[in-house]
Design a protein around this ligand. Structure first.
Ligand code: AMP
Length: 368
C-alpha cells in the first residue's frame, strides 16, 4: 500500500506483466509498420514511460515526437480537453502512431485524431498501454491495446494523481477504504465458526469458511468434494491450488460485500499471498488477522464434545483431532509471522463465554 497526497493506493499490475504486454504490443507494431517510417507521437505527460519502452522495442526507421493534451484533473475525467501543443513536424501524408498511457472515455484521442487529420496526416493509429472498455464511449478503433483494465483510478508507470506517482514502475489502484476483511485465525476448535456467525451480523460482513464449503461439496458429492474428502478425513490440508480456486470463486460470488470474514483461510503462506493478490485486485487488503488463542487440551476436549453432535468424522477421532492441531502448528502457525510483519496480527484470548470473547474481538475490530 502506498500513500500519494491524501489517498491510499494498492498494488494492481506488476512491472513484469506490463513489460510483457508492451512486448506483445510492439511485436504487432513491428509487424505492421516495418516499411512505413511512422512518426510516433507520445501524449505527455503520462505516456513518457510507455513511449520509451515501445521505442526501445521498435526495430525499424521511425521518428518520435511528443505533444501535450491533458484531460485529467484529480481523479475525475473531465470533458474540457485542452489545446494541442508541441507538434513541430510536418505530418502531411504520414503514418502517425499515437502513444497513450491510458484510453479512458476516449475524449483525448478523438480530439487528437481530429487535430492530426486536420494537419493532413494520412493515417492515425492509436496505441495505448491501458484501456478501460467500460468507460470508453467513442467510435474510434483503438488499434493496439496493452492491458484492458476495469473502470478504476490508477497511478504509476507514467500515470499520476495530482502530479505524484508517475515514477512508479508498477501500477497501483485507488484503495477502496470501505472494506473490512478479517482473517479469523486459531487452531481447530478455537471457536472461529461460532464467533464468525456473531461478527458477520454485527459488522455486516460475508463469512466464508473453507471447511464449510468443502463439507457442503462433500455432502453434495461434487467433483471438488470428492477431491477434498480424502485429505479432510485424515485431518490434512487440501492442496493449495484446489483451495485457492474455491476461495476465489466464493469471493467472486459476493462482489458487493462490504468485507469478508475468512475462517479457515489462509492456512499456508501461498494461500496468504493469493488472498493478498485477490483483495488487491479489488483495491483492498486484509485488514487484520484476529487469532483466538486456546490451549491444546481444551481444544481436544471441545472437539470431542462437538463430535458427539456435529456429525463430522474429523471431530470424532482423537487421533485425527490431534493431527489437525499438529498441522495447524506445523503448517499454519507461520502465518502469525506473516501478518505480524505487516502489523496486522492480533491475538485474543479464546477461553471464556461466547459473548465475552466476541467483546474481545470487537475491541480489536473497532480500532481498525
Ligand atoms: P475446518 O472446518 O476449518 O476445521 O476445516 C476442515 C478441513 O478442511 C481441514 O482439516 C482441511 O482438511 C480442509 N481445509 C479447510 N480450509 C482449508 C485451507 N484453507 N487449506 C487447506 N485445507 C483446508
Amino acid at each position: 500500500m502506498i500513500t500519494l497526497h491524501d489517498l491510499q493506493f494498492a498494488p494492481f499490475i506488476a512491472e513484469e506483466k506490463i513489460s510483457k504486454a508492451i512486448d506483445k504490443l510492439t511485436d504487432k507494431l513491428n509487424e505492421d509498420l516495418s516499411s512505413k517510417k511512422p512518426l510516433f507521437i507520445g501524449v505527455l505527460n503520462g505516456a513518457f514511460m510507455f513511449a520509451s519502452e515501445v521505442l526501445k522495442r521498435f526495430d525499424h526507421d521511425c521518428e518520435v515526437s511528443f505533444v501535450k493534451l491533458a484531460s485529467y484533473q484529480g481523479t475525475e475525467t473531465t470533458d474540457n480537453v485542452q489545446e494541442l501543443i508541441g507538434l513541430k513536424e510536418d505530418i502531411s501524408g504520414r503514418t502517425v502512431v499515437v502513444l497513450e498511457d491510458i484510453v479512458d472515455t476516449g475524449n483525448t484521442i478523438v480530439e487528437l485524431t481530429k487535430k492530426l487529420q486536420d494537419k493532413g496526416c494520412k493515417e492515425v493509429r492509436i496505441a495505448t498501454l491501458f484501456f478501460k472498455p467500460e468507460a470508453y464511449t467513442k467510435e474510434i478503433t483503438i488499434d493496439y491495446i496493452g492491458i484492458e483494465i476495469p473502470n478504476r483510478f490508477i497511478v504509476g508507470y507514467g500515470l499520476d494523481y495530482d502530479g505524484l506517482g508517475r515514477n512508479l514502475t508498477e501500477v497501483y489502484q485507488l484503495k477502496q477504504n470501505n472494506m473490512t476483511n478479517l482473517v479469523l485465525f486459531g487452531p481447530p476448535g478455537a471457536g472461529k465458526g461460532t464467533q464468525a456467525e456473531v461478527l458477520k451480523q454485527k459488522y455486516d460482513l460475508v463469512h466464508i469458511s473453507t471447511g464449510d464449503v468443502f463439507r457442503y461439496n462433500i455432502k453434495n458429492a461434487t467433483e471438488l468434494g470428492t477431491l477434498a474428502k480424502s485429505y479432510i478425513d485424515k485431518g490434512q490440508l487440501v492442496p493449495d491450488e484446489v483451495t485457492i480456486n474455491m476461495l476465489n470463486a466464493e469471493v467472486d460470488k459476493n462482489a458487493d460485500a462490504k468485507g469478508f470474514i475468512f475462517d479457515g483461510f489462509p492456512r499456508t503462506e501461498a494461500q496468504a499471498a493469493s488472498l493478498a493478490e485477490l483483495l488487491s485486485s479489488k483495491g483492498s487488503e486484509v485488514s487484520a488477522m484476529v487469532a483466538l488463542e486456546v490451549d491444546d487440551e481444551v481444544l481436544v476436549g471441545r472437539l470431542l464434545e462437538r463430535g458427539k453432535t456435529s456429525g463430522r468424522p474429523d471431530d470424532a477421532d482423537e487421533g485425527v483431532i490431534r493431527n489437525r492441531i499438529k498441522v495447524y502448528y506445523d503448517e499454519t502457525a507461520i502465518l502469525k509471522n506473516y501478518y505480524q510483519k505487516q502489523d496486522k496480527y492480533f491475538g485474543v484470548d479464546g477461553v471464556g463465554d461466547i459473548a465475552e470473547i466476541t467483546e474481545r474481538l470487537s475491541d480489536v475490530i473497532d480500532k481498525l
